[in-house]
Ligand binder design. Structure first.
Ligand SMILES: *[C@@H]1O[C@H](CO)[C@@H](O)[C@H](O)[C@H]1NC(C)=O
Length: 188
């Protein structure tokens, strides 16, 4: 009799465990559509990037960033995000989600460490560090090789639509990129 009573309990616990595992998984898919780069001074910073198709419905980001300057205390990082439901250029509306303009060292110790590295660390030679970032950021050519972000550090739920992110560094050269990504809800 005892095992019979226990079975539904064990089953229930198993289901709970499985459901629990499903939580915290992202419920959306993304597809990078385009990336555009800009720089006001190629002698200080040169950047090139592209979205590549790497398989059926799979896209990856590749790029090169040649750092020929050393960011200073007045070097600022900022990112603005826009969303459009149709993908129409005139439809993009600014979103509260963004990276407020901040000194680059602050960015290194927050978004860079928590979002950039978990997503791009393995497919690039971007510098990695434990604990706190110690300036200076080394002058080097940083290469991103077919990066498929795994979305660590992003919310589980993201409304469907087209997202445009304008990521900028300022002082002593202004440079950055504009990335357009399409988000769709996962069918379960
Ligand atoms: C991107 O941001 C930079 C710096 O704020 C700005 O000059 C530029 O016009 C922006 N581009 C777009 C397409 O939003």
């Amino acid at each position: 009799m005892l095992p019979r009573l226990l079975l539904p309990i064990i089953g229930g616990v198993l289901i709970l465990l499985i459901v629990d595992q499903c939580n915290g998984k992202r419920k959306w898919d993304y597809e990078p559509l385009s990336i555009e780069t800009y720089t006001t001074d190629e002698t200080k910073l040169k950047i090139a990037a592209k979205v590549e198709r790497v398989g059926r419905g799979e896209y990856a980001l590749s790029g090169n960033i040649e750092f020929k300057y050393t960011p200073e205390d007045n070097t600022m990082v900022e990112a603005m995000a826009y969303r459009s439901t149709s993908g129409d250029e005139n439809d993009y509306k600014i979103m509260p989600f963004s990276i407020p303009k901040q000194p680059y060292v602050e960015f290194m110790n927050s978004h860079y460490k928590n979002v950039v590295l978990p997503n791009l660390g393995d497919c690039s030679n971007l510098i990695k560090f434990d604990g706190k970032f110690e300036p200076p950021w080394p002058q080097d050519t940083y290469v991103l090789e077919k990066c498929v972000a795994n979305s660590d550090g992003f919310p589980d739920m993201v409304p469907e639509g087209y997202y445009k992110v304008n990521f900028t560094l300022t002082n002593p050269v202004d440079w950055g990129f504009i990335l357009i990504v399409k988000i769709t809800t996962k069918l379960v």
